[in-house]
Design a protein around this ligand. Structure first.
Ligand code: GLA
Length: 392
């Protein structure tokens, strides 16, 4: 290459180098992360012992071998900072390094939680002003995943002058921690949690996010789960290998929904290419819970390597029909009945882009349905769904 060309391309190379440092690392989350998090079941009661038990159950249940590898400690592990400003875990977690070693010895990875604010949502020590120090501590412990929850930074943002400066403050805070994590040299998945503020999906990758929460906290109720899930319509274009929309952690197995509602929950998360972060007690799973969390065909939809998030095709009253394009050219098609009674639902495959008869397989029943006519009729009980793989 001659000097003229080098001069011409130099700025392009520089921009590429800068972008590669600041943008998210796609190799960290080529498909949506899968694992477990302590919050939805244990809340503030999480301890070192519980984490070890969950890690063991992740392996013995067979979940690890299906791809659930992150064991994530949520809020309430934090202790105080010492006179050098270094964060220590509290008495519930006597030795984080040895806990990480234990989790790694099981073929799993360990996640942790903090906030860009002074305090976490639970009122524990946040990372404000200690970002580099904390990132180095996490790396030294052997941490592989950080959920970074806005919490009290939101209060600081409220006192800044304008909406724009508040948004910039938030982006700067996430970028700061991302850079600190990158500087450790340890691959650490960066999970943004700021409840979807300021359309985070549009700028999440630019602050290094591998996933970002798109809304408020999920509750173990069908109404909460469904409201969150169906609000994801239209966000598909923001997800891709390396960075994912996160409608929140799973509630499957926590007891607040019927098993067929949990199936609907899992179906939606798979269609949405959502991170599959279980939130139940893995040491006490019913066969139905296992069947839902460990359905290989449904997990394969979630983890499809093309990484194209699904979306609503149409909705008519309490009926929703969603589809997701898969890498092999087929589509995952989900039909939902949100009514309080049984519905007979005609599904017109031509609305899904098919012409003439289609081949279909029921992914919950593990059953080939053979060739279906262009209009198919599903009979669905209330709050239930059917998940099909459809191809021609
Ligand atoms: C926020 C988050 C939750 C959980 C709690 C912990 O509410 O959205 O997922 O991490 O904080 O305090």
């Amino acid at each position: 290459m001659n000097l003229k060309k080098i001069k011409f391309f130099l700025p392009v190379y520089l921009v590429m180098i800068v972008l590669s440092v600041f943008a998210e690392d796609a190799s960290l989350a080529p498909t949506p992360p899968m694992g477990w998090n302590s919050w939805n079941h244990f809340y503030g009661d999480v301890t070192d012992k519980i984490i070890r038990q969950q890690a063991e159950a992740m392996v013995s249940s067979g979940m690890r071998d299906l791809g659930y590898v992150y064991i994530n400690i949520d809020d309430t592990w934090e202790g105080v900072r010492d006179n050098k400003g270094e964060i220590h875990s509290n008495s519930k977690f006597p030795d984080m390094k040895s806990l990480a070693d234990f989790v790694h010895s099981k073929g799993l990875k360990l996640g942790i939680y903090s906030s860009p604010g002074r305090k976490t949502c639970g009122g524990y020590e946040g990372s404000y002003g200690h970002e580099v120090q904390d990132a180095n501590t996490y790396a030294a412990w052997g941490i592989d995943y950080l959920k970074y929850d806005l919490c009290s930074l939101g209060d600081l943002m409220k006192v800044t002058a304008t909406h724009d400066t508040a948004t910039e403050m938030m982006k700067a805070a996430y970028t700061k921690m991302h850079n600190a994590l990158v500087s450790t040299g340890r691959p650490i998945v960066f999970s943004l949690c700021q409840y979807g503020k300021d359309s985070v999906w549009a700028w999440g990758p630019s602050v290094g996010g591998n996933l970002w929460r798109t809304g408020t906290d999920i509750e173990d109720k069908f109404s909460s789960m469904a409201a969150i899930a169906f609000r994801q319509a239209g966000l598909g274009k923001y997800a891709a290998p390396g960075h994912w929309n996160d409608p929140d952690m799973l509630e499957v197995g926590n007891g607040g929904m019927k098993d067929f509602e949990y199936r609907t929950h899992m179906t939606l998360w798979a269609l949405l290419a959502a991170p599959l972060i279980a939130g139940n007690d893995l040491t006490a799973m019913t066969p139905a819970t296992k069947e839902i969390l460990m359905n290989k065909e449904v997990i394969a939809v979630d983890q499809d390597k093309a990484g194209r998030q699904g979306d609503r095709v149409y909705a008519e009253g309490p009926i929703e029909v969603w589809s997701r394009d898969l890498a092999d050219g087929s589509k995952a098609v989900a039909i939902f009945n949100l009514a309080e009674s049984v519905l007979i639902i005609p599904v017109d495959f031509s609305k899904l882009g098919f012409k003439g008869p289609v081949n279909a397989r029921d992914l919950w029943e593990h059953k080939d349905l053979g060739v279906l006519k262009e209009v198919y009729t599903a009979k669905l009980f209330h709050h239930s769904c059917q998940l099909l793989k459809v191809w021609q």
